[in-house]
Design a protein around this ligand. Sequence first.
Ligand SMILES: Cc1cc2nc3c(=O)[nH]c(=O)nc-3n(C[C@H](O)[C@H](O)[C@H](O)COP(=O)(O)O)c2cc1C
Length: 222
Amino acid sequence: MKILLAYYSRTGFTKKVMDDVKDRLDERGHTVEVERLQVLRKTSCVGEIWKDLHHYPLIFLSSFKASWRERYLATYTQIEEDIAPLRYPDVSAFDRICIGGPKWAQVSYPVARYLRTVRGLAGKKIGSVATFGGPPLPVFELAMIEKAMTRMVNGIGASIIAHLGLSSAYHELGVMPLFRCTSRMVLHKPIEFFMIGSDYANHLTRQFCDEIAGKQEEDQCL
Ligand SMILES: Cc1cc2nc3c(=O)[nH]c(=O)nc-3n(C[C@H](O)[C@H](O)[C@H](O)COP(=O)(O)O)c2cc1C
């Protein structure tokens, strides 16, 4: 298969995961191309959060009740950010596209702009990759990014066939002590257990690549 890995990575963690995905897909004999998204203006972490700050109280509230969360995720306005011209502005020629980025409350702004800019995504099967600073909390981390990505991707007529969400155990704001504590209290494991490079992360990455590549075999059987 011809596979495109399109991603944004501000501090290098998502790049690390995408490099690993590329190596694994290369090993399986697929032709893998890479589109690393670049922003036109680099903003500080606080500056980026500021653009979306009005959503934070709603995000906090929505973590308490599934129906509030569904409503929030179905209606919030996604922030976007200008990105440099694309190497592959039309992805029609690819069989699969993996789209990755850091979780910035929901979808990172450069990835959101990419989804609205790139042509040829309709009808495609997509793999969605995200890294986040916290442990893989099912609601605050995984649901918030996966459902937000699903809404955006479905909105352009494509579908997500696999999600990969991994912890970088890094946050520019210096809130890691809070995330470390949460990992122990909620998931009963140190955050290192879930980090990029751990057995847990390697297992999920392998599974993600199986799902991306394996669907081809199913398609061929039909
Ligand atoms: C604007 C902004 C918002 C963020 N929001 C979250 C968040 O909601 N949850 C989280 O765990 N980490 C959050 N982070 C941390 C990043 O998701 C994390 O460091 C990620 O692994 C960075 O990936 P990168 O190195 O590919 O840019 C945020 C970081 C920034 C800059």
